[in-house]
Ligand binder design. Structure first.
Ligand SMILES: Nc1nc2c(c(=O)[nH]1)N[C@H]1C(S)=C(S)[C@@H](COP(=O)(O)O)O[C@H]1N2
Ligand SMILES: [Mo]
Length: 312
């Protein structure tokens, strides 16, 4: 499998958009009417997203791989546990509780968010800290839109997120070594970055439960664990929060978790990754990991002057 260097996402031409659309067609991922054609048949109807041609990649992980090879520890540690066990999770209705250092306080219906903010479809690379990666067409709105809606105070420097905590629905929350609920956070400028998405769908459909339905975070220049799933709480803080993986092993997983081929995990190299297309196997192509997962043009400025080996 040949890997195409996709550094220049922001210089995508009409031709490459067409080519990638043709690839999706060939892979059977979209109908000829386009990748978004199935959204009208959803129970919770999502408004039609705008296809963002700036974020297209000439390669795509199959929907089957992206929805059966997952990390969602609330349902088990194996990659197949989420797709086997998350199906019964109740995701409608869904409210997000907003609080902390902001003017907008209290619960907000998810539907209000999906109708108030422009939904976009974007294809992003996703790089897990375990050194596998995928290319996934997400559907969502900018976290920046939600942050503005919350009217943060000037003292708010970080945004903090929590996953649903419901051991009746999430069997592994009854034990295990992770302090539940799963937690994540971003610095305010990271939250406001145009790449940062609140995701409600993938492959032109509503987000499957195993991928973090009905609302999850996607931060494509960071390791996958920053992409917290099934979000029920958002809080604005003046101090850097401790995210779940940092709480578990601070020497292995930091707060920033920017994809960085030059900073190895203490137990394995981060220089390359196994690109998952067509089923996980030892024969998946190994490709070079890109600094900031290839999104440096959009994000490198935020980390100027920071020692990225120290703030990993
Ligand atoms: N609540 C919660 N969110 C989570 C996780 C988790 O275990 N629980 N796993 C993270 C990790 S390690 C990765 S790589 C991605 C995987 O997302 P995917 O299954 O949609 O590919 O979700 C992240 N979000
Ligand atoms: Mo991950």
């Amino acid at each position: 499998m040949k890997f195409k260097n996709t550094h220049k996402d922001n210089e995508i031409t009409d031709e490459s958009v067409y080519k990638s659309r043709r690839k999706l067609l060939q892979a059977g991922l979209i109908g000829s009417a386009g990748i978004l054609s199935s959204t009208s048949s959803l129970a919770l109807t999502l408004p039609k997203p705008k296809h963002n041609a700036k974020f297209v990649i000439d390669e795509l992980t199959t929907e089957k791989d992206a929805t059966t090879y997952n990390n969602f520890y609330e349902f088990g540690l194996s990659k197949s546990a989420p797709s086997e066990k998350a199906g019964t999770m109740q995701t409608e209705p869904w409210t997000v509780d907003i609080g902390g250092l902001c003017a907008q306080q209290g619960p907000v219906d998810l539907e209000k968010l999906t109708t108030n903010f422009q939904l976009e479809e974007r294809v992003y690379r996703m790089r897990c800290v375990e050194a596998w990666s995928m290319v996934i067409p997400w559907m969502g709105f900018k976290l920046a839109d939600l942050v503005k809606f919350c009217k943060p105070l000037s003292s708010a420097k970080y945004v903090y997120f929590e996953t649903l905590h419901d051991p009746k629905q999430m069997p592994r929350q009854n034990g295990g070594s992770i302090p539940w609920p799963y937690r994540e956070g971003l610095r305010m400028d990271e939250a406001m970055n145009e790449l940062t998405l609140m995701v409600v769908g993938m492959y032109g459909k509503k987000l499957p439960n195993q991928n973090g339905a009905p609302l999850r975070l996607i931060v494509p220049w960071k390791y996958g664990f920053k992409g917290i799933k099934s979000i029920v709480k958002i809080k604005f803080l003046d101090r850097q929060p401790v995210n779940s993986w940092q709480a578990i092993a601070a020497n292995e997983y930091g707060f920033y978790a920017n994809v960085n081929p030059n900073v190895d995990h203490p137990r394995w190299s981060q220089a390359t990754e196994r690109r998952i297309t067509g089923g996980f196997s030892l024969f998946n192509s190994r490709i070079k990991t890109q600094m900031f997962n290839g999104y440096g043009d959009y994000v490198a400025d935020m980390y100027k002057g920071m020692d990225l080996a120290r703030y990993f």
